[in-house]
Design a protein around this ligand. Sequence first.
Ligand code: SAH
Ligand code: SF4
Length: 367
Amino acid sequence: MYNEKKNFFSKSETEKVNLLDLDYKAMQSFVLSIGGKNFTTKQIMKWIYNFYYNDFNLMSNLKKETRKKLHEKAYIYATNFSEEKISSDGTIKWITSINNQKIETVYIPEKKRSTLCISSQIGCFLNCKFCATGQQGFNRNLTVSEIISQIWQANKILKEKRKKCITNVVFMGMGEPLFNIKNVISSIKIILDKHGFSLSKRRVTLSTSGVVPALEKLRKVIDINLAISLHAPNNFIRDKIMPINKKYKIESFLKAVSKYLKCSSANRGGVTVEYVMLKNINDSNHNAFELAHLLKKIPSKINLIPWNFFKGANFICSTLNRINIFASILRKKGFNTTIRKNRGQDINAACGQLTGNVINKNIDNYI
Ligand code: SAH
Ligand code: SF4
């Protein structure tokens, strides 16, 4: 059983290991270090990720001695959702408070799947001009357990209330996952692990704005669905709306993407290219032809995202007519092109609208 009281951990517990921070391999070394056997790790992971237990006393198939050691050296703490907002279209936004700051997690139910959009950082320092998260600044990276807790809590709620569980996870919430690569990789390992959440690699998507060296690293360690926030057909426009482009130009980004695709089986249909539609900025017919030319050699599916409004932004979303014309040019050029349905707009849960409270730290040194 999940014991709510366990969520208040004492100072001494902070010196212990939170098992939600450990992927299988790390959990294995920990278990062996306290005298457990290889199969003990599987048993513990099953209690955590199948039954959502956080109380060692109730893990009935563990030896008494092992339970005692676990009490001494470890705990299981999932950060709680402190607020829930439900949209008229069924989308739910859950807010987690972490040290007076807030991160957001969005649940998007569809007929055949239940997608969870999770955050990887408190805020984001990349400062994309059209993104509410980027405009609010950055505080810190989330830990593995803070990333994993979002799925753990969502599954627990869905299991209890709706007899469902999450089928797809997308790293498309607050933050740039590749600037928190170490914790994101461990979290993905737990999501894919058959003793963890056991999702297939085709059901886990990481979206990145183009952190080239981290993408190179990712290719060597994990195969999942990749989505790229391209949003511009040339460096001139991208420099203006995405500051990261000043450091990693489109060409080097796409080169790293091609390499990723070559060694990935999760991306058989190609990479998903996200392109936010901004009136008079990146939405002309000429821009559509440029984009088609740019992606000529890259197997890709293009997802046009109508820009979502947020207070203080200086953009206007392209008209639906313009988006349709833009899409038809890309389709004629042979690209599988979709227009994203924006979900949860009435509760500010749509793409780029996520803005938990973020206490800014100095971000000058990041890029
Ligand atoms: N930092 C990563 C993950 C965030 S994913 C990335 O940028 O890829 C969120 C997606 O929504 C990204 O493609 C992002 O560019 C897009 N987005 C940001 N602000 C938006 C807005 N106001 N309207 C529509 N899409 C937006
Ligand atoms: Fe950060 Fe992505 Fe928003 Fe850019 S679009 S500011 S990278 S969250």
